[in-house]
Ligand binder design. Structure first.
Ligand SMILES: C[S@@+](CC[C@H](N)C(=O)[O-])C[C@H]1O[C@@H](n2cnc3c(N)ncnc32)[C@H](O)[C@@H]1O
Ligand code: SF4
Length: 386
């Protein structure tokens, strides 16, 4: 079996690395610039990097495009349109291509959203984070809950498909408060929600506060209760988890993110973007310069911003496939693991995990993590990959 057969999914991720302010919990590649950003210069650099990447991949049909950040909703609609035009010049585009743009409620305006739609965007993902003002302030957000809900309404009016993100397991969050907040969020949601447990990322202001004992986050047991509340309410309301943090009505999953989790092929364009490209039958892990200005200069000098381009071994591909695929409720096809690794998964380990109720084998042969296994997913994956 060719591990890449049976799919024509090819995603393009485009990273816009700027934000109006840096949220204290966030370690994404995002930067605040007080001088104006020369968007035309970035458009030229994005075009050069897309051309260089297309030269490596050869012909592909793009099934999804994702503008992530940072805050892509700070881009002018013309910038988004120019990047989409360039993608369309270098690769074929599926007739039902999904084009998502991440937006921060602070920078959402109806005119801009209509501009994105005219440019070709057909789905937005909003960073709502919380529906109460005290939490939003604590998270360092620049918008209120009402502004976030107004942004959701603008998204609803402009796009058939939209999603929003919430962060839970926040300081002092009780299960009862989260129940109320999540129910309210689902009232506003259409087909998709991303529900992330707050993670203390190294070298963020939250990490420093946490280390100094000034930021109390829920302990493991309390976080588990909040996780269980999340699963219970979202499933009961028709938005079950299809991935550990992502919930959708069946059929409304984010196709672009499925490209990552199903371990298909994607190009990473822009500062600090990662890609997985199959070139001459070998899978490459690519990464680009993170600092926006350095990325620009690199692209202007050499045509791309690559700082990493590693050919993955079979074992590395098999591990990545497992790590990504087991995040999904649909699980993995163990035959694909065998095709990557050159050997099958260890039956004894599967049997042990199955007897503990952490994984299950489906009638069609797929292997997936159970509801009991998801809270300890890292340990399950580590056990299977060992
Ligand atoms: C690139 S941001 C989304 C778009 C936009 N920049 C915004 O914040 O509105 C991606 C998402 O990651 C989540 N996120 C970022 N840092 C996190 C953390 N430390 N713990 C949990 N979720 C986090 C947030 O929900 C955020 O919306
Ligand atoms: S959460 Fe969003 S707005 Fe905040 S710093 Fe990260 S990318 Fe920027």
């Amino acid at each position: 079996m060719n591990p890449d057969s049976g799919t024509n999914a090819f995603g393009v991720y485009v990273h816009w690395p700027f934000c109006l302010s840096k949220c204290p919990y966030c370690d994404f590649n995002s930067h605040v610039r007080h001088t104006g950003i020369d968007e035309e210069r970035y458009v030229r650099a994005f075009a050069a990097e897309i051309a260089a990447t297309a030269q490596r991949t050869g012909a592909r049909t793009v099934s999804s495009i994702f503008f992530g950040g940072g805050t892509p909703s700070l881009m002018k609609p013309e910038t988004v349109g120019a990047i989409l035009d360039t993608i369309g010049k270098h690769w074929a585009t599926a007739s039902d291509v999904e084009v998502t743009l991440e937006a921060n409620p602070t920078s959402v305006e109806a005119t801009r959203f209509r501009g994105y739609r005219s440019a070709g965007v057909n789905r937005v993902s909003l960073g709502v984070q919380a529906l109460d003002d005290a939490s939003l302030k604590g998270l360092g957000r620049l918008h209120t809950a009402q502004e976030a809900l107004d942004a959701v309404a603008i998204a609803r009016a402009a796009f058939d498909r939209y999603s929003f993100d919430l962060i839970y397991a926040r300081p002092e969050q009780t299960p009862a408060a989260w129940r109320g907040e999540l129910s309210r969020a689902i009232d506003e949601a259409a087909e998709h929600l991303s529900l992330y447990q707050l993670t203390i990322e190294q070298e963020t202001p939250f990490a420093a506060l946490h280390a100094a004992g000034k930021l109390a986050i829920p302990d493991e047991e309390h976080a588990r209760v909040l996780y269980d509340v999340t699963q219970e309410i979202s499933a009961a309301r028709g938005l079950p988890a299809y991935e550990i943090s992502n919930h959708a009505r069946p059929g409304a999953e984010c196709r672009h993110n499925l490209v990552y989790w199903r371990y298909h092929e994607y190009a990473g364009i822009g500062p600090g973007a990662h890609g997985r490209l199959v070139v001459d039958g070998e899978r490459h892990a690519t990464s680009t310069e993170r600092r926006p200005e350095s990325w620009l200069m690199r692209v202007e000098a050499s045509g791309d911003g690559l700082v990493g381009d590693e050919t993955l071994t079979r074992a590395e591909q098999a591990d990545e496939f497992l790590l990504m695929g087991l995040r999904l409720a649909e699980g993995i096809d163990p035959r694909r693991y065998t095709a990557f690794a050159g050997h099958s998964l260890d039956d004894a380990r599967i049997a042990a995990l199955r007897s503990e109720g952490f994984v299950e084998s489906m009638d069609d042969g797929r292997l997936r993590v159970t509801a009991a296994g998801f809270p300890i997913l890292d340990a399950v994956v580590a056990d299977l990959a060992a």
